[in-house]
Design a protein around this ligand. Sequence first.
Ligand SMILES: Nc1ncnc2c1ncn2[C@@H]1O[C@H](COP(=O)(O)OP(=O)(O)OP(=O)(O)O)[C@@H](O)[C@H]1O
Ligand SMILES: [Mg+2]
Length: 148
Amino acid sequence: MTELDLHPVIENCLVMLQNQIKGRIDIVKQYSKSPVLINGNESKLHQAFLNILANAAQAINRKGKINIITVLGEKEVTITVTDNGCGISEDVLPKIFEPFFTTKSPGKGTGLGLSITSKIIHEHNGRIQCVSKINEGTSIIVIFPVVR
Ligand SMILES: Nc1ncnc2c1ncn2[C@@H]1O[C@H](COP(=O)(O)OP(=O)(O)OP(=O)(O)O)[C@@H](O)[C@H]1O
Ligand SMILES: [Mg+2]
């Protein structure tokens, strides 16, 4: 565990997803002015945010928008990723963190992404929440203790 800024981690994920994003999805960033510093394992956090952002891009059928907001609070940092994609129905929402749960066609998703993501976030003393409305979009909210 080392002290690291999440902004470059998120930026690296966006570079990796360029092929899925470019010309199709507007990325709107509202980053806190100061670095969002947490104690963490960079490659694990990269894996977590890569899945969150890939899910957001995959939820958008044709054209859409992904909003990334980071907030540095007194005690916590909050990262919110919101897409205006397909959304998640109320009956599916409680299952999305379960290993092997997927709504994607065979060969497209393993359903392991969010279970690994939530494990990584909990290992960093963080938590992950999801707010979604079918046909409107989804927000994934990740909260970590701040480093000071
Ligand atoms: N942003 C999102 N918009 C709509 N549905 C989502 C979103 N994020 C997750 N989901 C739902 O949660 C399910 C589980 O997500 P998860 O990342 O664990 O698996 P996956 O994306 O299907 O496969 P994998 O990540 O292993 O390739 C998805 O199949 C989808 O139904
Ligand atoms: Mg996924």
